[in-house]
Design a protein around this ligand. Sequence first.
Ligand SMILES: NC(=O)c1ccc[n+]([C@@H]2O[C@H](COP(=O)([O-])OP(=O)(O)OC[C@H]3O[C@@H](n4cnc5c(N)ncnc54)[C@H](OP(=O)(O)O)[C@@H]3O)[C@@H](O)[C@H]2O)c1
Length: 242
Amino acid sequence: MPRSVVISGGGTGIGRAVAAWFARHGDQVTIVGRRAEVLRSAAEDIEGKYPVVTVAVDLADPVALERAVNRLPQQVDVLVNNAGSRGTRTRNSGLSAVAERWRRDFDNNVLPVVLLTEAVLPRLTRPGGRVVTISSIAALRGNGAYGAVKAALLSWNHTLAQELGPGGITANVVVPGYVAGTEFFGTSPNEADLVRRRAQTLVGRVGEPDDIAAAVAFLASPEAGYITGEFLNSNGGALLGR
Ligand SMILES: NC(=O)c1ccc[n+]([C@@H]2O[C@H](COP(=O)([O-])OP(=O)(O)OC[C@H]3O[C@@H](n4cnc5c(N)ncnc54)[C@H](OP(=O)(O)O)[C@@H]3O)[C@@H](O)[C@H]2O)c1
């Protein structure tokens, strides 16, 4: 039976690799993001049994999401909360700049996860549904406001797992280390940066979107039904034991 899979940020980077994984395995995939043309282009490129459905909406905007919710599938077997971003620099200075940075990182990384999950909650398959959320290595080793808001997702996931467990739904988090080949850092990394990132790992390479897709696929699998409220690092050994 094909599963109905919703992936936020599925038009680029890690989300796109996740979407391609599920499509390749015969599932019905819906990708969500702000830029309609980026989603359309990804949907055309991703090969699978079913056409990839696209829903363009800003997931940090509750009103826009309420309007868009009917375009999401009526039944959701797997929700992958992947959308997130680092904000651009602020023109403000002093405490206004600090407040702006923290609000922006919260809006960019917590609201899209919490709002989409709330919107989809009544449609999650009971039992057997899966929620997989993407955090970051920054949540565990620190990186200012961005790391702190990514850590908030780990705490939020505990509550979600408690709420959903009795219905037979699991909620887990994948915590990626550095992943190349995405839009996350804006520009492509230079060689010196890649050398530094590689050296931080034990496996001597940087991560690829497919590495993270594999971790998501495992936590979303029927076989992973006894794992909930957890997080799974995928960082090549860049951070151990947490
Ligand atoms: N790359 C890394 O090294 C790395 C490491 C650790 C964790 N992560 C996390 O992995 C996730 C995916 O990042 P990525 O590296 O694949 O970067 P990416 O290519 O920039 O992907 C982020 C995706 O999220 C979408 N998105 C962002 N904000 C959104 C919003 N408010 N509403 C709807 N869609 C939104 C973007 O599309 P639109 O712009 O069209 O909306 C984009 O497709 C992020 O949560 C990131 O924090 C990345």
